[in-house]
Write a protein that binds this ligand. Structure first.
Ligand SMILES: N=NNCCOCCOc1ccc(-c2cn(C[C@@H]3NC[C@@H](O)[C@H]3O)nn2)cc1
Length: 447
């Protein structure tokens, strides 16, 4: 057996998001978001599930904070619901919305837990969607105003911000593939919304810098890994495109001030152009303080003309899968982290999401989610290997503290360390909660 000791100064935590856990959808002035609309449209979400109640964390957050205090985390990543602050996206601030997040943040600080705030985790005010949402450049100004409102209100309390969560999901998954809100299916809309989300990111960074408040700011792209099935150039290039859709497309504009040509050329073949206006890339490439990385899965892929937007297809290598059907692929975690380090340099990295879906239920009060423990062991081992390779990992937040609304999968898919009974809202710590609690006491793994 080998002992893997993690750096003593690494920070550890868990993560959630507003629409997925809060509920209280119409409480204290909250306006509707695109996810309220999308979820209430038949056929979009498993069995018509929606975020009206979710985990009721809006009311039960003291219990959730106590769970984290007993877990022993250093930090908690949560998101602020824009529609609670500006019910119509812009205009007058909803003070009751701000007050809720001050109650949450004060509770975290009183418990010795560092708040890590995501400004945008997909719940765009529906009123802005009525005017085109992220396809409309005006939404960028609205986001910048919302971000500044949060920075000012939480000065001195929140010192780590993430601007945009998973811009790939908020753009291409939501406006090209159509699986998430608002459910469009247009590649041009995917490219437009991705570009505008990244400008919004840059404008929030500019605003944060101008205020000169103490703290750090970054963003949280999600990445996958595609390993070439053969040594052929065709397979390598197909994997480069598929991985680059998540990586180069959302990293090059920030770190290089330009889009990757191998992908802009590929989109041009589809008749799609990035709607760049002079100065956009200067805004997007504002220097950030850290990078959030969300990783879940990957796999082996090969060239297959016409099989996908990038002429690639996954090859099933028989990898064990989680209950949502994603490969368990810790090798891809190591590979994507070392590639990010090699391609983009020594930017400090926090793993802002990594976790697994296992739908185990309580039996006599025990939730034996051994699969989640094995996933954590394998991915923390890969993370340790990346750290040993020189990747500047500063923290790790597992997704998620609680079972919650998993978007189009509704409540059918469970990612939590804590089980939630959605009828009674009773929380039950799973075996993985106790495993993580023990790990957090030592910060080492025996493998
Ligand atoms: N890859 N190509 N796919 C082509 C076909 O796509 C069909 C569906 O695709 C996807 C891709 C990715 C996801 C996803 C979900 N989470 C988990 C959440 N992260 C943020 C937090 O809120 C968690 O709930 N992360 N990623 C879902 C669906």
């Amino acid at each position: 057996m080998t002992i893997l000791q993690f750096p003593k100064d690494m920070k550890w935590g868990t993560a959630t998001a507003s629409y997925q856990i809060e509920g209280a959808a119409r409480k204290d002035g909250r306006g509707p978001s695109i996810w309220d609309t999308f979820a209430k449209t038949p056929g979009n979400v498993f069995k018509g599930h929606d975020g009206d109640v979710a985990c009721d964390s809006y009311h039960r957050f003291p219990e959730d904070v106590q769970l984290m205090k007993e877990l022993g985390v250093d930090m908690y990543r949560f998101s602020i619901a824009w529609p609670r602050i500006f019910p119509k996206g812009t205009g007058e601030v909803n003070e009751e919305g701000l007050a809720y997040y001050h109650r949450l943040v004060d509770s975290l600080l009183d418990s010795g837990i560092e708040p890590v705030c995501t400004l945008y985790h997909w719940d765009l005010p529906q009123a802005l969607q009525e005017n085109g949402g992220w396809e409309n450049r005006d939404t960028i100004d609205a986001f910048a105003a919302y971000a500044e409102t949060i920075f000012r209100s939480f000065e001195g309390k929140i010192k780590k911000y993430l601007t945009i969560n998973e811009p790939w999901c908020a753009s291409f998954l939501s406006n090209y593939i159509g699986a998430h809100a608002p459910g469009k299916q247009s590649l041009q809309a995917g490219v437009d919304t991705a570009h505008h989300l990244m400008i919004a990111h840059g404008r929030a960074v500019q605003s944060f810098r101008a205020l000169s408040f103490e703290g750090e700011i970054g963003y949280a792209p999600n990445v996958e890994w595609n390993e070439p099935y053969s040594s052929s150039e065709e397979d390598a290039e197909a994997c480069r495109r598929a991985t680059g859709w998540f990586l180069d497309w959302f990293f090059d504009p920030v770190f290089k001030g330009s889009y990757p040509e191998f992908l802009t050329d590929w989109f041009a073949k589809e008749g799609v152009q990035v709607p760049i206006v002079e100065g956009d890339l200067d805004i997007i490439s504002q220097p950030i303080d850290f990078l959030g990385i969300n990783y879940y899965t990957g796999g082996v892929a090969r060239y297959q003309k016409g099989a996908s937007l990038f002429d690639h297809e996954r090859v099933d290598q028989g990898y064990e899968k989680t209950d949502i059907g994603w490969n368990i692929y810790p090798e891809g975690f190591y590979k994507i982290l070392t590639k990010i380090h090699q391609q983009y340099g020594d930017m400090p990295i926090y793993i802002t999401e990594n976790g697994s879906c296992y739908n185990d239920e309580p039996v006599d009060g025990v939730v034996a989610d051994d699969g989640r423990i094995r996933y954590l062991e394998k991915h923390l081992t890969a993370l340790h290997r990346a750290i040993q390779s020189g990747v500047p990992i500063k923290g790790y937040m597992t997704w998620s503290l609680l079972d919650n609304f998993e978007w189009a999968e509704g409540y059918n898919m469970r990612f939590g360390l804590v089980h939630v009974n959605y009828r009674t809202l009773v929380r039950t710590e799973k075996e993985s909660y106790f495993w993580y609690q023990q790990f957090l006491k030592t910060k080492w793994l025996e493998v």
